[in-house]
Design a protein around this ligand. Structure first.
Ligand code: ADP
Length: 527
């Protein structure tokens, strides 16, 4: 056997092998079918070429040549068919596909006539086909359909991204290398030169293996393992039959059993791996879908809160306005009983208004619509003092001492004054709300370019678990509703967001429930 026929028989086995692996992997997939057909005609063509180049007599060579041509004429046609399947263009290019099949059948029929080949001649050490006048249709159709396939693949390659792009790249490389090498088999007939490319046809398998194995073009991991494990086991099984002595026989049997067990374990582990990978992929997809749905819901929720709060504000303003006019006697004198009830209406609607305002702030934050009115030099010292003064009465009502340890220096910060005031107010107000007896200490000092505000109390304290969730939306401690029923768990969340916008930080400390709390705010000082 010469080198040329060796390369041909290798093409036969390798093509058939890859084709069978892919076919067995998914017998229902059209894509796998179409690749299998390509593999089969290339394999048969390789076998034909082996026969031709290995024949000693001209008659034998001619018989093999019939076989070779009958298979070879379908290579471009079936490859084109595969390309259309691969790119999902079967419907769009239905007519082109039909014409390709027509051309293939025409060439097939022609190949048995003298118009196609007149016999065999001896060239470069082999029998080689002696072309008839219509033989040249074959290279023409070969170049046309493979060129067409390459163009379609290249066009899609430029449009795609990611894994799909990589797949197309290797399919395209396989086509270009494999078939331009294969095309040199026309050289003896066309240019009277040696078909050197035949040695490289096998490259198409290498390039095709890459997208198949690496990028799972046909999902073949399990089947490839089964194929190789089976092949190795068969070789060792064969070894048993050719053993000549009993000891050889025993050894071969032992090795075969080991190999068979190992193959079984290997295949099983690959199956498991593939299964878990598939499960993971499915879960990821599901998770992504759920996540998108949640995001949409979240958006809808923010919009709903925003609209509902706006709608609530108008009637609340009316309720508060009229209540206050009744209380002030604008509609004449009212009995103490009515006054008491209207007072309750007033208090409740004021709390409701505060809640609505908090909700509006939250929806603004979530939709990124929170607006800040920045001032460069806001005096934090006077702000903290004035808030403390404002809340002094409230502390007195609960008989709590409100101690101030405030630096005499004016600490200036860049801030939205109203929003920062809201934060300070919320912290001291919380300290009063969540303390039943003892004292509250508000301190403000300067420490390495920062203003440090501390609000400490001797109140109900915060559990470790509560501390971790404190600055999240709607987070309330377990015991706090008993102390203060009307809380919403929004104040500290809003405070954190506002302070972050101010390049500041808020931290909470507590030794546990019943042991008081301390909130510390740090803000950068204006130079
Ligand atoms: P609200 O006071 O309306 O519930 P906040 O966001 O201001 O909302 O506070 C959230 C929760 O943090 C409170 O419900 C309470 O459990 C806890 N908390 C806040 N400040 C204190 C404090 N000084 N002492 C103990 N717990 C506090």
């Amino acid at each position: 056997m010469n080198l040329f026929s060796v390369s041909s028989i290798i093409i036969f086995f390798a093509s058939l092998g890859l084709g069978l692996i892919i076919y067995a992997d998914n017998r229902k997939s059209k894509l796998n079918h179409s690749w299998f057909l390509v593999s089969v005609v290339i394999a048969l063509w390789g076998l034909g070429l082996w026969g031709v180049t290995n024949s000693l007599s001209e008659k034998n060579a001619l018989l093999w040549q019939y076989f070779l041509d009958a298979a070879g004429v379908f290579i471009p046609v079936l490859y084109f068919n595969f390309t259309l399947n691969f790119l999902n263009l079967e419907k769009e290019k239905g007519l082109a596909r039909l014409s390709a099949f027509f051309a293939g059948i025409l060439l097939f029929a022609l190949s048995f006539t003298r118009l196609f080949k007149q016999g065999m001649t001896f060239k470069f050490g082999f029998h080689w086909v002696d072309p008839g006048p219509l033989y040249y249709l074959f290279p023409l159709i070969f170049v046309f359909y493979l060129g067409y396939s390459a163009t379609l693949l290249f066009k899609r390659y430029r449009e795609e991204t990611g894994v799909a792009k990589q797949q197309i790249k290797y399919v395209l490389l396989s086509l270009v290398f494999g078939f331009s090498a294969g095309a040199t088999n026309f050289f003896p007939q066309l240019f009277n030169s040696y078909p050197f490319g035949n040695y490289f046809v096998i490259l198409y398998i290498f390039f095709m293996s890459y997208p198949v194995l690496k990028h799972n073009l046909f999902n073949t991991k399990v089947i490839t393992t089964e194929f190789f494990a089976g092949a190795i086991s068969l070789v060792f099984l064969f070894n048993i039959f050719v053993s000549k002595t009993p000891s050889q026989w025993a050894l071969s049997s032992f090795i075969f059993i080991l190999i068979a067990i190992f193959s079984f374990l290997l295949v099983r582990s690959v199956i498991k791996e593939v299964e878990s990978k598939e499960r993971l992929e499915k879960l990821t997809l599901e998770l992504r879908a759920v996540n998108e749905k949640l995001q949409r819901l979240d958006q809808a929720k923010s919009e709903f809160i925003s609209i509902a709060s706006h709608q609530l504000r108008t009637p609340l303003t009316a309720i508060r306005g009229f209540s206050s006019m009744i209380l002030e006697g604008d509609y004449g004198p009212t009995s103490p009983e009515i006054k008491d009830k209207v007072d309750k209406i007033m208090q409740s609607s004021t709390r409701l208004m505060a809640l609505v305002d908090d909700l509006l702030t939250i929806s603004r934050i979530e939709q990124g619509r929170m607006k800040y009115e920045w001032q460069d030099r806001v005096n934090l010292t006077t702000m903290v003092k004035s808030v403390a003064e404002e809340l002094e009465q409230q502390a007195k009502k609960k008989e709590l001492a409100l101690n101030l340890e405030i630096t005499p220096r004016d600490l200036l910060v860049r801030a939205d004054e109203n929003k920062l005031r809201q934060v300070v107010m919320n912290l001291i107000d919380n300290a009063i709300k969540y303390t039943e007896k003892g004292s509250i200490t508000v301190s403000l000092i300067e420490e390495s370019q920062s203003a440090i505000l501390k609000v400490a109390d001797t109140g109900i304290g915060i559990s470790l678990d509560g501390l971790s969730r404190l600055f999240q939306k709607f987070s309330r401690g377990e015991r706090s509703p008993r102390v203060w029923t009307d809380g919403t768990g929004l104040g500290l969340y809003v405070a954190r967001i506002i302070l972050e916008e101010h390049q500041g930080k808020i931290t909470a400390y507590s030794d546990g429930e019943g042991r008081g709390s301390e909130f510390v705010v740090a803000l950068p000082l204006e130079a």
